[in-house]
Design a protein around this ligand. Structure first.
Ligand code: UDX
Length: 436
């Protein structure tokens, strides 16, 4: 069977590769010609674990194209992974989805099943199906939200924690069971429901993850005046299987392309129904102020920042990705520059370093380093913002020889508070540790 996949970022590309791994012939479309040329040469335009190898292994079953007509005419099953960024009022901007719908009308086969993997407002699939029922073609829209996290997108797609299918159409349900026969046979939980429930499952899941993070961050704020250690607390809390350890690490808050955007969209969806989801709103509000919580400590500890040189380590929104969207580093770099500091930045990902520099107003006080050692040279303090392995295994003797100052701010709680002997160590939700 041939399947078309529309839009080849994290979700679409992982989706296309896994469909090819499962034996389907895939036509993979993106309007970005540069991206498509790279993919034809076996190179993804972003860093994602395992993607390059998987792409090379499956290239015979994937045809890449920038030709809309060719893509939509090729198959009667179209997977859609276009982005739905935040609009000005927080709602999901559906411009790219509307472009897809226009192409379906124009080019799709007489009977086409359109599988929406993008995160869309609750009710979107129903609206699309109602509009489609007036057309001469038989077009069925099916909600099939993705639950992939960056850094493990392929793994999440190959062995999903669950598969959610939202459609009331029997043919569509039969088709989706055939498409997902492999993970179903391997025991992946498979849930069929109506479109609105599937769409709501996606938002409710992402917001629950966000809620856990904001909750532990809020408890971390309380832990400090009480003299408690949030890492010890979270470890013991998470041992209860009803709570679990994941998404329970206190830090500088959640970033990335999904959780902040989906939170804002979810609040807007509720607002449009005349409801206020106070837990969702508080989750977002705590997250917005969480980077500031650490920044205040920098200001308090370092005094006037003007002329001080500070290393900012970790420019992505989390380790294991090159994605700098909604990263805490943006707030830190901009705030430090605004306060007159010199920012010495570093990330293990070369492309993250390049794309991050574009987000920062050009300044001779912003230094982008190619190595960790370069970033640490002569700095008064360092700030850790992601859990990259390089930052979790800093060599104290080397820090002493490179750095001018003796202060470490750890926005990810990567070390035991007694780990460093010659540095003041300041983290989140734990007592400050003064050097010996
Ligand atoms: C998330 C969801 O996990 C995924 O299911 C969904 O499909 C897309 O959004 P992703 O954005 O890739 O995936 O990142 P995730 O690993 O969930 O982390 C999100 C943010 O939360 C990161 O900034 C991360 O550093 C932060 N985080 C995560 C914490 O601060 N504490 C934690 O315990 C976990």
């Amino acid at each position: 069977m041939k399947i078309t996949v529309i839009a080849l970022s994290y979700v679409g590309l992982a989706n296309a590769i896994v469909l090819a791994e499962r034996g389907f012939e895939v036509v993979a479309y993106d309007k970005d010609a540069e991206k498509v040329t790279k993919l034809e040469n076996g190179e993804p335009s972003f860093e994602e674990k395992g993607l390059s190898d998987a792409l090379k292994k499956n290239c015979k079953r994937i045809t890449f194209t920038t030709d809309e007509k060719e893509a939509y005419e090729a198959s009667s099953v179209v997977f859609v992974a276009v982005d739905t960024p935040s609009g000005a009022d927080g709602s999901a901007d559906l411009t790219h989805l509307q472009e897809v719908v226009a192409c379906i009308k124009k080019y799709a086969k007489e009977e086409t099943f359109v599988v929406i993997r993008s995160t869309v407002p609750v009710g979107t699939n129903q609206t699309l199906n109602e509009a489609a029922s007036e057309s001469e073609k038989k077009i069925h829209f099916i909600s099939n939200p993705e639950f992939m996290a960056e850094g493990r997108a392929l793994m999440d797609e190959r062995s999903p924690s669950r598969i959610v299918i939202g459609t009331s159409n029997k043919e569509a349900r039969d088709l989706m069971r055939r498409l997902y026969a492999k993970p179903i046979s391997e025991g992946a939980p498979y849930y069929e429901m109506d479109g609105a429930s599937a769409e709501l499952t996606k938002y409710a899941s992402n917001l629950f993850l966000s809620l856990k993070i904001s909750y532990i961050n809020e408890v971390a704020r309380l832990a400090e005046p009480l003299g408690a250690d949030i890492s010890a607390v979270a470890l013991a809390m998470g041992a209860d299987p009803r709570i679990g350890h994941s998404m329970l690490h206190a830090g500088v808050g959640f970033g990335g392309a999904c959780l902040p955007k989906d939170g804002a969209a979810f609040a807007k969806i509720a607002h449009d129904q005349g409801l206020r989801l106070s837990l969702v709103e508080d989750t977002l509000a705590i997250n917005q102020t969480q980077p500031f919580f650490l920044y205040q400590k920098i200001v308090k500890k370092m005094g006037p920042l003007s002329g001080k040189k500070i290393a900012v380590l970790g420019l992505t929104f989390k380790a294991g990705t090159s994605d700098v969207r909604h990263s805490a580093a943006e707030f830190f770099a901009k705030s430090l520059l605004a306060d007159g500091a010199i920012v010495s930045s570093y990330d293990p990902s070369v492309s993250a370093r390049d794309s991050f520099a574009k987000q920062i107003p050009s300044s001779d006080k912003y230094l982008s380093s190619n190595t960790l050692q370069e970033a640490l040279t002569d700095v008064d303090a360092l700030v850790i913002l992601t859990e990259a392995p390089e930052f979790a295994s800093l060599d104290e003797a080397e820090l002493c020889s490179l750095m001018k100052g003796r202060v470490i701010f750890d926005g990810r709680n990567l070390y035991d508070i007694r780990h460093f002997s010659f540095f003041d160590y300041i983290s989140i939700g734990r007592p400050e540790r003064k050097h010996e």
